[in-house]
Ligand binder design. Structure first.
Ligand code: BG6
Length: 503
């Protein structure tokens, strides 16, 4: 088993979190900073400023973050490390509706930078509801907090959802780019913090055997699956206004799709990688309204049982409208109009309250001809899938045909499986550590660029439009705890294909 490679510490900086009293800060940001602290990967001189609209004392914020850390830490909490981190935390009241509060924030930061010696580098993390992204950025711009001068960097981390459709994503990009340069914006998609997701590039481009067959000549189709067991839970209000398509597809599923489908970048740097990713997303075919309805399915879960838990109808979830037509499951068939992928369908599916937790990319190779076996009892060969498993376990798996031992020629499908955990030692993490660390060292390869985000929305816009027009017509149901709606199977069956079974 191999240990991870040592990494350098980032430059000194101040880390400002907007939405400091919120869920994301407690559940992911602080536990990630803690893990980085435990691995000595925070800057030597460092301070955290928690900003929120409601006033709080420094002690109040530290106590609440400590409670969150105890609840959400991915590894046992070492009190010394936690205390050292929390001692760096101070609170500032900041509300974009109250501009003077941002002038105070500026003064607070100037003073801290002197007393803590963090220099002028500043990272602003927007862990707020999306409605606050642009107003917060505007205030940061007005007060000059984002201006890079005297060699100091200023960066802004923006969480998802980045817009709710193509027009709003474009408007948000335009707004941010009025205030700062593209290189200062770090649009987070937490899927890019997952090791196996990053490994898709290495698998494809650091091995000689896959790339020559990675195209329409050898690949029959590709399936991208993100199945979740959890229902909507306490996020009814957000989810009902969002739905499975907006919540998962233009961001997480498209990250997987673009890494699998992109052309080889000239160099392993942010510019080349992000250009290729945006390029392939912008080559996704734009279906007509009728085609969009024909090549998509949407469904909502009904009551059911998942393990020991009784799940109620989606429509009975708190803050969900009783007659809601929001989808909790979506499956799409997409085509990429380029030389490599012409004619190869990409089937994407994602849903909540399903039987299994599973995230994977499955590449189905074309069937070998059966002709050679015509004089035998073999009537069919099993399918050749190369599957990149992201959850629940990180794996790479190859399914192929092998002869069953014995005097006669009989064949069965077998599998070779590589499990990450068997080869590499890695402490359990939130997945955000890499992203936060990269942001502090100024490496934006794992963050989305404006054109990539817009290309993603552009590809889903025809489905959003067609569904809006169709209204409740065409929304199916599935019982919680099942494998999803029958219409998702039908989407592939009519092409003579089927989804890969959960193994
Ligand atoms: C989030 C979505 O971005 O990703 C959630 O808003 C979803 O609805 C989550 O549950 C899935 O992430 P993961 O890492 O569990 O696959």
């Amino acid at each position: 088993m191999k240990d991870p490679q040592p990494q350098r510490r980032p430059e000194n900086c101040a880390f400002v979190i907007f939405g400091a009293s919120g869920d994301l800060t407690h559940r992911l940001v602080i536990p990630s900073l803690y893990n980085l602290a435990a691995e000595k990967l925070l800057p030597e001189k460092f301070c955290v400023v928690g900003a929120a609209r409601k006033s709080m004392s420094n002690e109040g914020l530290r106590d609440s973050l400590m409670k969150g850390l105890r609840q959400f830490a991915t590894r046992p909490v070492d009190d010394d490390v936690a205390q050292q981190l929390l001692q760096c935390v101070t609170f500032v009241e900041a509300d974009p509706k109250d501009p003077p509060s941002f002038d105070e924030l500026r003064k607070h930061l100037d003073a801290l930078e002197c007393s803590r010696g963090t220099g002028g580098n500043r990272l602003f993390y927007l862990a707020t509801p999306p409605a606050a992204f642009a107003p917060t950025a505007r205030e940061l711009g007005r007060t000059g907090l984002l201006k890079e001068d005297n060699g100091a960097w200023r960066r802004l981390v923006v969480e998802k959802p980045f817009g709710t459709d193509l027009a709003s994503a474009k408007a948000l990009n335009a707004e941010l780019l009025k205030i700062m340069e593209e290189h200062q914006i770090y649009r987070i998609d937490h899927y890019l913090g997952k090791e196996t997701v990053q490994n898709i590039l290495v698998l494809r481009f650091a091995n000689g055997m896959f790339e020559p067959i990675w195209n329409r000549n050898h690949i029959d189709h590709i399936q991208i699956t993100v199945e979740e067991r959890l229902g909507v839970g306490h996020r009814g209000g957000f989810y009902d206004a969002t739905g499975a398509l907006r919540d998962m597809v233009p961001n997480h599923l498209f990250q997987l799709m673009s890494l699998v489908a992109m052309e080889p970048p000239t160099r392993f740097d942010a510019h080349s990688v992000r250009s290729e990713k945006a390029d392939v997303l912008s080559a996704i075919q734009q279906p007509s309204e009728a085609e969009a309805l024909h090549s998509s399915v949407r469904a909502q879960y009904l009551a059911g049982r998942i393990g020991d838990d009784e799940i109620q109808d989606y429509r009975k979830t708190a803050d969900v409208k009783p007659g809601s037509t929001t989808e909790t499951y979506v499956a799409l068939k997409l085509m990429i109009d380029n030389w490599r992928w012409a004619g190869v369908p990409f089937y994407l599916r994602t849903g909540k309250a399903l039987a299994h937790k599973r995230t994977e990319v499955a590449i189905k190779f074309k069937q070998a001809p059966l002709a050679m076996f015509s004089g035998t009892t073999i009537e069919r060969l099993s399918q050749n899938f190369l599957t990149i498993g992201i959850a629940p376990t990180e794996t790479i798996e190859l399914q192929f045909n092998a002869k069953i031992p014995g005097p006669s020629v009989t064949i069965d499908g077998v599998e070779m499986k590589f499990r990450y955990g068997d080869y590499f030692r890695a402490d359990p993490s939130t997945g955000y550590e890499t992203l936060i660390y990269d942001c502090m060292i100024g490496d934006n390869i794992l963050f989305q660029r404006a054109d990539g985000v817009e290309a993603g929305w552009q590809a889903v816009q025809p489905f959003l439009d067609a569904w809006k027009k169709a209204g409740p017509n065409g929304i199916e149901t599935y019982p919680a705890g099942s494998d999803g709606p029958a219409c998702a199977d039908e989407l592939l069956r009519r092409d003579g294909r089927s989804w890969r079974k959960f193994t």
